[in-house]
Design a protein around this ligand. Structure first.
Ligand code: XCC
Ligand code: SF4
Length: 668
């Protein structure tokens, strides 16, 4: 591996890294080097700063101190640090969910005129889950109640979250028995902060179970509400084609980039750049038009609903500015590097922060307010246009890849079951027959400790080769789309059984199901698969696994834990933040598996991770009494529609996979 390959496998980023090196521009990789050696105690989870008698550090080699000043053991300290990560991650997702609910409320009350209900069916479905009456009521009345119940869920104090009932009955029982059915979203997070305060919960098992309860409040609470309300406001995604990577920046147009997580902002920026007046204004400044692209999860949101191109994932953000082609980058919340502010000063790029919760020193702050959404969005876009004449030399890498995005759980159901009878039956049957060995969710970030995208790419290729259907979200989905794995052609890389299904149903072997909060779509799919029959009656019976090969954020820890608590064997790549305690490490694995049927393990070697995952899938198949997976049994089919679709994509035609127009377009 060359030095560049050790940093990223993305050729576009490699090219920009060379320029950075030549120009002496400092990036995350350089700052990582400057950080060496990183604190060994912190790395293992063995440093406690929870009170002013510390910081206390436990010697992992058993020679130095084994107890903190208060007597806390390594196990307690590691567990406390870990659940605080869960609490932070769950807060991020759930606060996002709260803001979506507040936007829905404002829209329903007529106070946010730029938002409307784009998916009434989804509203009705959610209303039912939230016990909001719908019969002979106006849409906006229902929407108002849904928003209010959603907000009440966030602040709920007693009982259980309503969405838990979406899980298989058996799973709900598991949670109740373990005492981890979450009561309210805010309550669980607050309780973690309380528990981990000095002198409180000091038994690692009890701390970690409380952590799971908080993670569940995220997965089956805050994040699930965020996904549902986003679908209500902006429409449930259906498959569409889109383009990804830096080559989607334009030499001739004003480049506006959205980065962050909340579609409330990015959807309005999209509306603003499509405004004819704005386009005319851009032309008056010498540009050919306005080009909107995105980074990270807000990009995933607009990608899967409107096909807005994505130019990169987490580790691409600094390099995007370095192209010199971005007039304005507008950010909202989460995963935005502070380094963007000083970096953008070295170029002509204007960095605009918009959230009252996410200011960056040196950036321009234009506070977003959903009550005047479009007006503010236009103001921001205009700032970008005005900056176009300041553009200097650009370095836009040519890399572009095609992909299909937009597989909501509703759509997977519909695609598999056909037009008239949406159902997960075909998926279950495929697993039962062994055409599919199993299914996997591969999600999560980039992490500067490992080569950007490499683990995502490796894990996904191996899984599909072994006939494991993969669903992806977040930066992982962006990673693999850059290498063509989310396009229909990738069926060629799949094992024979999976390839056959891809061709028959017309889907890629890797499905993009959305942003990080949309990991809840995977929970919904798993629940429906479990209820469909033939694969046991709980999520933990399904031959499936979860992966976060390049995780770095606290949100990823919360996600990993709610998957484990939902019964999924979940593997996190990179370094283990609990390595300082053998007991904690074992408890998350064997301990949780015994109680919950799911477990969480940190495995840094992707090869080992894949082998363990396949073994687990086979173990679950055997437990269900299914035929042993045999790759030679399937794979004789072909499909005309699929080939036409691929041709149309190659010709650069903007086609939807299920559009009736495909055949004619493909013929041209
Ligand atoms: Fe952030 Fe969601 Fe991680 Fe990407 S994947 S770096 S959390 S943007 Ni969620
Ligand atoms: Fe040290 Fe205990 Fe205070 Fe942590 S809580 S800093 S271990 S004294």
């Amino acid at each position: 591996m060359t030095d560049l390959q050790k940093m990223t496998i993305d050729p576009a980023i490699q090219k920009l890294l060379e320029i950075a090196e030549a120009d002496g521009i400092e990036l995350a990789w350089d700052r990582l080097e400057a950080q060496q050696p990183q604190c060994g105690f912190g790395r293992l989870g063995l440093c406690c700063r929870n009170c002013a008698q510390g910081p206390c550090r436990i010697d992992p080699f058993g020679e130095g101190p084994q107890l903190g000043v208060c007597g806390a053991t390594a196990d307690t300290i590691v567990a406390r640090n870990f659940v605080r990560m869960i609490a932070a991650g769950a807060s991020a997702h759930s606060d996002h969910g709260r803001d979506m609910a507040l936007t829905l409320l404002a829209a329903a009350e007529g106070e946010a005129p730029d938002y409307t209900i784009r998916d009434v069916n989804k509203l009705l479905e959610v209303a039912e889950f939230l016990k909001v009456p719908t019969k002979s009521r106006e849409t906006m009345e229902i929407a108002k109640d849904v928003a209010e119940v959603a907000l009440a869920q966030v602040g709920n104090q007693k009982g259980e979250l309503l969405y838990l009932r979406r899980a298989p009955k058996k799973r709900q029982e598991v949670w109740r028995r373990a005492g981890i059915a979450p009561r309210g979203i805010d309550r669980e997070v607050v309780e973690i902060m309380h528990r981990t305060h000095v002198g409180n919960d000091q038994w690692y098992e009890s701390i970690l179970m409380a952590g799971l309860r908080t993670a569940l409040a995220d997965g089956w609470g805050g994040s699930m509400l965020a996904t549902d309300i986003t679908d209500i406001l902006f429409g449930s995604p259906v498959p569409l084609t889109a383009q990804v990577n830096m080559g989607m920046l334009s030499e001739e147009e004003v480049n506006i980039v959205v980065h962050g997580h909340e579609p409330v902002l990015s959807e309005m920026i999209l509306a603003a750049v499509n405004d004819p007046e704005m386009i005319e204004y851009a032309k008056s400044k010498g540009a050919k038009g306005i080009n909107l692209t995105g980074i990270c999860c807000t990009a995933n949101e607009t990608l899967m609903r409107q096909g807005v191109p994505t130019i990169g994932n987490f580790l691409s953000q600094e390099l995007a500015i370095m192209t010199g082609a971005i007039e304005l980058m507008v950010v909202d919340i989460q995963c935005i590097m502070q380094a963007l502010a000083p970096l953008s000063e070295q170029f002509h790029t204007i960095l605009v922060t918009t959230s009252p919760k996410a200011h960056i020193e040196g950036a321009t702050h234009v506070e977003f307010d959903e009550h005047h959404a479009l007006e503010i969005a236009k103001k921001i876009v205009k700032m970008g246009i005005d900056n176009f004449p300041n553009r200097k030399e650009t370095h836009i890498p040519a890399q572009v890849n095609s992909m299909v995005a937009g597989f909501s759980h509703e759509y997977i159901n519909y695609a598999l079951g056909g037009f008239y009878r949406g159902s997960f039956r075909p998926l279950n049957d495929a697993i039962i027959q062994g055409r599919l060995r199993g299914a996997a969710g591969v999600v999560g970030c980039n992490n500067v400790h490992t080569s950007q995208d490499q683990a995502h790419d490796y894990v996904v290729r191996e899984l599909i080769k072994n006939d494991v259907l993969v669903v992806m979200t977040g930066c992982g989905a962006i990673a693999c789309s850059k290498y063509g794995l989310l396009s229909p052609e990738a069926a060629e890389l799949a094992g024979p059984g999976l390839r056959e299904i891809c061709e028959a149903v017309g889907i890629p072997p890797v499905l993009h199901v959305g942003s990080c909060v949309d990991n809840t779509r995977i929970l919904t799919v798993l629940s429906q698969v479990a209820s469909e029959g033939g694969l046991g009656d709980d999520i933990s019976d399904i031959p499936g696994v979860g992966f976060a090969p390049e995780w770095m954020s606290e949100k990823a820890i919360s996600i990993g834990c709610y998957f484990a608590a939902s019964g999924v064997y979940t593997i996190m790549g990179g370094r283990s933040p609990i390595a300082g305690s053998k007991k904690v490490t074992e408890f998350l694995s064997e301990g949780w598996e015994e109680q919950l049927g799911g477990k969480l393990e940190f495995i840094s070697d992707p090869e080992e991770a894949v082998q363990k995952a396949l073994k687990h899938i086979d173990k679950k198949r055997a437990a269900l009494g299914l035929v042993e997976y045999d790759p030679t049994r399937f794979g004789q089919s072909g499909d005309r529609l699929m080939r036409q679709f691929i041709e149309a994509m190659d010709a650069g035609l903007p086609v939807s996979l299920y559009s009736a127009k495909i055949p004619e377009q493909a013929k041209k």
